[in-house]
Design a protein around this ligand. Structure first.
Ligand code: IPD
Ligand code: CA
Ligand code: CA
Length: 274
């Protein structure tokens, strides 16, 4: 049966129902990841630094199966399987079944399941579950962002030298001149602290929760950003590409901040000879 939502009456399915499906799938896939972490997993190498495990595949299948069972006509874009059949639905689920695979493979407990949803091409909700800490980050467009059901908000830090920043490096770091090392050294000299956690989706959640003040990365994928971008926006943060234009999750570059330090970060990212 179709349900409408008081806040979005034109949409065929209530956003609460959709978020509830994303949350259930992320929790189930997260539990599966912990089982694999405990029991052992197989690793395949896409290149020397880019790996994938059977836990990635199993978690992805779990998320797709669960969501498809409830919304069989919806479309899917998932990291390991790519775009599934091209239906006509206005809904597109964007899934990273295991963000932080390198951490996972080393037993470093900083990884998550990330599930975002586009409606008519706009990211409208997201659920990101960190099974090691039992932390569930969620957001619905225009309704807010939550950590384990409690509202979260970005930090109020005003300057870079009081900021804790985070970044990441893409798997082609050894081949591309856009390897982010120039920006990494610039920010290392300007920020209070700089981290590389290995999970872009959690980096976004931590900006939303005020744990980090800013995050940038050069070559991300839509599944790294879809859910987290809604969570940051709904927590009061600002998102853009390096030119300061609105973020596109299909555009690779991302800057996500508390808003206060956004211009200062853009200035560093755009300086002539960093
Ligand atoms: C990676 C992580 C990492 C980021 C990479 C991503 P994966 O995703 O989010 O933090 O720096 O760019 O590809 O491969 O672990 O899902
Ligand atoms: Ca990822
Ligand atoms: Ca992944």
């Amino acid at each position: 049966m179709l349900q409408s939502d008081v806040s979005f009456p034109h949409e065929p399915v209530s956003r609460d129902t959709l978020l509830e499906a994303a949350v259930a799938a992320s929790r189930e896939a997260g539990a599966l990841l912990l089982e694999y972490a405990d029991a052992g997993f197989r690793i395949e190498y896409k290149n020397p630094v880019n790996l994938v495990t059977d836990a990635d595949h199993a978690a992805e299948q779990c998320v797709i199966d669960r969501i498809k069972a409830r919304f069989p006509a919806h479309r899917f874009l998932a990291e390991e399987q790519g775009r599934l059949e091209e239906a006509q639905s206005p809904y597109l689920w964007i899934i990273d079944p295991l963000d932080g695979t390198t951490n996972f493979a080393h037993g470093y407990p900083a990884y998550c399941v990330s599930i975002g949803l586009e409606y008519e091409g706009r990211c409208v909700l997201g659920a990101i579950f960190d099974p090691s800490r039992n932390e569930l980050f969620t957001a619905i467009e225009h309704r807010g962002a939550w950590l384990n059901g409690r509202p979260i908000h970005v930090s109020s830090t005003m300057t870079l030298d009081r900021s804790l920043l985070v970044t990441g490096f893409a798997y082609d770091i050894r081949e591309t001149p856009r390897n982010n090392l120039n920006h990494f050294s610039s920010f290392a000299l300007k920020a209070q602290g700089l981290r590389r956690t290995g999970s872009a989706a959690l980096d976004l959640c931590y900006v939303a929760a005020g744990r980090f003040d800013g995050f940038w990365e050069v070559r991300l994928h839509p599944w790294d950003m879809a859910a987290g971008s809604v969570i940051v926006r709904e927590a009061g943060g600002r998102l853009s590409n390096f030119s300061g234009n609105d973020l596109s999750i299909y555009g690779q570059e991302l800057v996500a901040t508390n808003g206060q330090i956004h211009e200062a970060m853009l200035a560093v990212l755009n300086q002539e000879n960093p």
